[in-house]
Design a protein around this ligand. Sequence first.
Ligand code: XMP
Length: 508
Amino acid sequence: MTEKILILDFGSQYTMLIGRRVRELNVYCEIVPYDKAHYDASVRGVIFSGSPSSVRSEGAPQADLEAIPAGIPVLGICYGAQWLAWKAGGSVEQSDGREYGRASLSVEDASDPLMKGVKASSLAWMSHGDTITRLPEGFHSIASTPSVSNAAFRVDGKPVWGIQFHAEVHHTEEGRRVLENFVRGICGCKGEWTPANFIEATVKSLRETLGNDNVVLGLSGGVDSSVAALLLHEAIGPRLHCIFVDSGLLRKDEFDSVLASYMGMGLNVRGVLAADRFLGDLAGVTEPEAKRKIVGRDFVEVFNAEAEKIENVRWLAQGTIYPDVIESSAVPGASATIKSHHNVGGLPKDMKLKVVEPLRLLFKDEVRRVGKALGLAPEILGRHPFPGPGLSIRVLGEVTPEKVAILQEADAVFIDALHREGLYDKVWQAGAILLPIKSVGVMGDERTYENCVALRAVTSVDGMTADWARLPYDFLASVSDAIIRKVKGVNRVVYDICSKPPATIEWE
Ligand code: XMP
């Protein structure tokens, strides 16, 4: 990488979003804990993130300003801005509670390069308990809101800026422009971070690293492992050996259709039928975490057994993406407490393989862009996220082959209808859940006592927070009707209207 922006993470829940916004400007960036920054020749600028801490509290995180090479521009956001002001002798005090949510941002100094082209008045997103009440000498305000006079500042004669609003969130109308002004204008980044450049550089380095070695990769049917496979395939062709396991916990017909897609893309892939083993091991188990562990362990064992059949394997490839990498080194704070799930499958520790992770620098949306550029089949590219433990955690309570079959049918009716009505791509994730209760119904002249299925569809940007999708009533009515008519064993359908938080996307 010839140019990059370094983002120092002080623990804000928005840090990752800053990274995504910079990458959207086609500029490569890295997020590092605030006390672990390393400045090599490619660093063009530094951004300090927000933080759940207050600069006034004891033990508040401190950056090492001396370590930043002279002339490298710095932008502090929220806590980052307050810390810069406080460190230079300004005053930071508790705000009076009016600095949450939307605020009207007015540009005070239109000649400042950070404010170039920014509308004189626009909406900005505020979220802070502290505020800069007095700027230190040599700092001047370049933007304000009715309740915050120092919403943005510049340090005279130095390439240092601070903004107390969150330029990285969508609600900030001019956020993209402010970040672009910093990254492209002030730091002078050219914007060379494109899918094509990433693919070219990654394929080259994979070839160098892997030489003539064989690599094994577990495919899940999801976007990440599929894109990792295509990149490796591009680099080493049939020396990449892919394994796709049928756990019996996939969606209806998914194993066959996904395997066919993989073969159609030219991948060297073998399908392993292991449904009996997974379902056998799950018999009698009701506790969600216990189910997760069983499925995880079985994946590892089935994968291991299959991988051992391939000669000369030296590497295990994984579809790890950047948010996983950041989470494992996160600064304690808000960004660390909102955890996503670990992928099931884990690393087979006893295989003594070296690990190769071609996507470890990419955010999810970048993985999709790279996948598209590599010709990933659209049905895999646009696929909803699906939990590693599969339907085992959507059959609440004990998992039996009969219950999985009922759930697969109901789920297929729902998912097919979403596709047919053009709603599939409008939701982040959807699926059916089989509840461990029966209820009374009436069909024809018969009283029934059958299963209940819950439908879940959510909108989200990253799965960390989610809202229930406002699917049209008529659509829900027709899906409910079709499930009860077509799926034997179901006489009631309900729709989940909880957001996350306080609920989660999955029920277990
Ligand atoms: P929750 O239920 O925590 O899920 O709101 C957030 C996202 O993670 C997926 N998920 C899982 N993925 N193993 C996985 O690989 C799991 O055990 C697991 N549980 C939930 C879920 O489908 C959603 O996309």
